[in-house]
Design a protein around this ligand. Structure first.
Ligand code: AMP
Length: 587
């Protein structure tokens, strides 16, 4: 495999980056030391709680009056919270849970637009030692119910309109869901079986004594998709914050006076690790925008809020590119000093477009829900090779491996050879379980290697290059979508006999979800049926997950054991070679 000759040289920076020399930092870094530094910041207070480290620690320091979070409402409202205020508000939320007799270890779900209460509830629940799952609010009722059930949700924080539209009808099928706390956003009276969160917060005490928290106790449960079976609940522990902090310092170069904007929703792991925990723990000012993507709005936020570090996603960058760099150049960004992106491959054009539009390249980095934090990155102090994910972080050992039939793996050391991307286990934000699925968790490891499911290669200088997934997972607009979940939803439609779902390359979304559907005997193929099925899937799954294209077909390619071969659907769709078809069912 050839590496591109193109290099974007590291910039001259006014002050030294946090990570000045990658090689030296790798030699000097240790997780034990990173952990000790956070421990010491607790000044002898027992326990190791993410929320204490993220806010309370600052609320007791000269940082107390510093702006922790600036919230920008969709309709132009603005709310500022200092570290002291965020600490008190999250104390109130922790007390609400205590008064409801919610216990440490209980599972709490957040299904909220990016409102201040989302941040308050997340931090308060962590202080109370609940296990928190933020859900993407654009999910439809089905993914929400599946995750609440799998995750044993006892408490749900949501808005009244989301509750009415997406949860109320399913409530009876969720017997474990005991408390629904609503942020009212409409005039209707609260539905039965719910409580008004703002009234509860007002009545609760602003002081709360967080009990000593075991660093190894579960803190976050992030769902991620699988190719087969149900979504997987990746469990992360309080200690993960050691990795959030260290990686945000090194890979995002966050420094004390930064104004930082992470555009990811907390319903995805990026929006929690780097949209809440890392920046607060580092004491920077966080910008939160409630609204959805709009290029002009984003340029205005970057300019007017004087954002200095911006963490975004390739799809958003591509959408901005579509509106051209003239739009960007009608704004000025004197404060912006670092841009990073994650979630899907960042096209070399996008890296270069950053230079055109902002005078800064975009720094790609790689990680996944299971890793809990950035593993491979382009750093401020490093030459960028556009199209490469960069180099592993200090403290992270990556490798390219090949699995053997007996379950063992062989490391491929020759540069330029493609294999599976693997990481040596042991970093603090590594997931500790797939909830309730020991075997599935065990299968992710071979000896000391965690196997990521991604294909990649490393060049002679240690840069990693992403090739694709090892499996049928779909990455659409940065969201990992399991084909099985989409197929299952389609199968609920009375006209559907079976469905196969693939990711189809798309210039904007990376991949779009495309479904192939075989109708039941008697159902007649027509444009109307296609439209009906697309609408059906959209209502059930939500716009982010539902197929954007759907094709009615007579048969689906299957193995002799009856498994749909999505690889073949994809090859046929793209006109690629079909590869080995010897195990297929005769058509
Ligand atoms: P998720 O668990 O939803 O964060 O998705 C993780 C997956 O997204 C990875 O396993 C990759 O397939 C993909 N991904 C994340 N970051 C990148 C990147 N910088 N380049 C290419 N793919 C990425």
């Amino acid at each position: 495999m050839a590496t591109t000759a193109e290099t974007i040289h590291k910039p001259q920076t006014v002050r030294p980056p946090n990570l000045e020399d990658h090689r030296l930092a790798c030699a000097a870094f240790s997780w034990a030391q990173a952990r000790r530094a956070l421990d010491e910041s607790l000044e002898g207070r027992p326990g190791f709680n993410m929320a204490t480290l993220a806010v309370d620690r600052h609320a007791r320091s000269p940082h107390a009056a510093k702006l922790a979070l600036r919230w920008l409402g969709k309709a132009g409202a603005r709310r500022d919270l200092t570290y002291a205020e965020l600490s008190r508000l999250s104390n109130r939320f922790a007390n609400v849970l205590k008064d409801l007799q919610v216990d440490a270890g209980d599972h709490l779900f957040l299904l909220c637009p990016r409102l201040p209460e989302l941040y308050v509830a997340m931090l308060g629940a962590l202080k109370h030692q609940c296990v928190v799952t933020p859900l993407f609010p654009a999910f439809g009722p089905e993914p929400i119910a599946t995750r609440l059930t799998l995750g044993h949700g006892r408490v749900l924080v949501t808005t009244s309109s989301l509750y009415r539209r997406k949860v109320q009808a399913l409530r009876e099928s969720l017997p474990e869901l005991q408390h629904v706390l609503l942020i009212t956003d409409d005039d209707a009276p609260p539905p039965p079986g719910t409580q008004d969160l703002r009234a509860l917060l007002d009545a609760a005490s602003p002081t709360y004594q967080t009990r000593p928290t075991d660093a190894q106790s579960p803190a976050l449960l992030h769902f991620t998709s699988g190719t087969t079976g149900k979504p997987k609940g990746a469990v992360h522990v309080h200690e993960a914050i050691v990795a959030h902090v260290a990686t945000a310092r090194m890979a995002l170069d966050l420094q004390d006076d930064d104004v930082y904007w992470c555009t990811a929703d907390p319903g995805w792991v990026t929006g929690t690790s780097y949209g809440i925990l890392a920046p607060l723990a580092l004491g920077v000012t966080l910008i939160v925008d409630e609204a959805e993507f709009d290029a002009e709005r984003w340029y205005t936020i970057l300019e007017q809020q004087r954002v200095s570090v911006w963490y975004t996603a390739p799809t958003a960058v591509r959408m901005m590119m579509r509106s051209g760099s003239t739009a960007a150049r009608s704004h000025r960004f004197p404060c912006l000093r670092f841009i990073a992106s994650v979630g899907e491959p960042l096209n070399p054009q996008a890296v270069r477009w950053g230079l055109e539009a902002f005078g800064l390249p975009i720094h790609d980095n790689w990680w996944q829900t299971e890793t809990g934090g950035i593993m491979i990155a382009n750093y401020l102090s490093m030459d960028i090779r556009p199209g490469s994910m960069g180099k592993p972080l200090p403290g992270i050992t990556a490798g390219i491996v090949e699995r053997s039939d007996d379950g063992s793996v062989r490391e491929i050391t020759e540069p330029g050879t493609e294999g599976e991307l693997a990481l040596r286990r042991g970093w603090p934000s590594m997931f500790r379980a797939y909830l309730g699925e020991e075997e599935r968790y065990r299968r992710c490891f071979a000896g000391d290697w965690y196997l990521t499911g991604d294909r990649a290669w490393r060049d002679a200088d240690g840069y990693y290059w992403f090739v694709g997934r090892n499996d049928d997972m779909i990455k659409s607009a940065g969201h990992l979508i399991g084909p099985f979940e989409v197929e299952s939803a389609l199968m609920e439609h009375p006209a559907v006999l079976e469905a196969g779902v693939i990711g189809k390359p798309d210039p904007l979304l990376g991949e779009l979800v495309k479904a192939f559907v075989v109708l039941r005997p008697g159902a007649r193929a027509s444009d109307e049926v296609t439209r009906d099925l697309l609408g059906f899937a959209r209502v059930r799954l939500g716009a982010a997950v539902a197929p954007k294209e759907l094709e009615l077909v007579d048969t689906l390619p299957k193995t002799r054991s009856g498994k749909i071969v999505r690889r073949l659907l994809r090859a046929r769709e793209l006109g690629l070679p079909e590869g080995d078809t010897s195990t297929l069912e005769a058509a």
